[in-house]
Ligand binder design. Structure first.
Ligand code: FPP
Length: 250
């Protein structure tokens, strides 16, 4: 599938898109519905976003589904979200597998209830050899916690002598993160109107293009996704260099 405006764009599609899916609660509130109904509609948007990436050749999609801070929400919302995640795996995993998508999880999964962990393990095993796309769900995930855990791994390697100070660089540190086998995101989308990162992929977003929209996550559809992609394609990524250097490379 091609973008309606693809002939006007010079830049490539992003390889990796990360999304902060915000606004489910407000979507429900506006309709006098329980918050969980907003999350249910949000799960439909997840399905659409996966299909959008698969059909447009975006190889990596990473979704922030539950942060370490979200454990502080009311117990009924936390357990409702856990059930929804498990239902999502039940209803979507065959389609995900059929489309050659590898299911992946980042975060402190040991904190999750056993019924979710079991579903995740089965989904990881079933799709582990798939190559067309990687769908990563961040669950019980926090960027700072991930960085601390990576720092401890490096510290242990230095103590044991398996690594020296001068061996520690960006790529070694990246390989100690939950996202070790993923490229850094090229584009971060946040729905729901807030302009912040909220402890998501703090290290990995260093050079990502950031895109914020007021649209609430359940309303985020294919057209919304294209708008974000078109905005991404219109930007020049300089990685600290000057425009002329970038132009002479292309
Ligand atoms: C933020 O909106 C959203 C969440 C904390 C949960 C995201 C979960 C889903 C989209 C559904 C299930 C996910 C998958 C991967 C199947 P909010 O509740 O903070 O919204 P608000 O800011 O309007 O209150």
């Amino acid at each position: 599938m091609l973008s309606p405006n693809s002939d006007q764009s010079t830049n490539a599609l992003p390889t990796h898109v990360a999304i902060i899916m915000d606004g489910n609660g407000r979507w429900a509130k506006k309709r006098f519905m329980p918050r969980l109904e907003g999350h249910r509609q949000g799960a439909k948007s997840v399905r659409r976003a996966v299909e959008f990436c698969r059909s447009n050749g975006i190889k990596f999609l990473t979704l922030y589904a539950f942060s370490t801070e979200n454990w502080q929400r009311p117990e009924s919302e936390v357990s409702g979200l856990m059930k929804l995640l498990s239902q999502f795996i039940d209803s979507e995993i065959d389609e995900i597998h059929k489309n050659d998508i590898r299911f992946n999880i980042i975060g402190q999964t040991k904190r999750l209830p056993a019924f979710v962990k079991n579903k995740i393990e089965a989904a990881l095993a079933k799709t582990s050899k798939n190559r067309t796309m990687v769908l990563t769900v961040a669950l019980s995930y926090g960027g700072r916690q991930e960085i601390i855990s990576a720092a401890l791994k490096v510290h242990e390697a230095l103590l044991s002598g398996s690594m020296k100070n001068e061996d520690v660089n960006d790529s070694v540190f990246s390989s100690c993160l939950n996202t070790a086998n993923l490229p850094d995101p090229d584009l971060l989308i946040r729905t729901g109107g807030e302009i912040r990162i909220s402890n998501f992929l703090l290290w990995q977003l260093a050079y990502a293009e950031l895109y914020f929209t007021d649209q609430l996550w359940p309303d985020f559809d294919e057209n919304s996704f294209w708008k974000a992609i078109e905005e991404f394609r219109s930007r020049q990524r300089r990685y600290g260099k000057i425009s002329e250097q970038i132009q002479s490379q292309s």
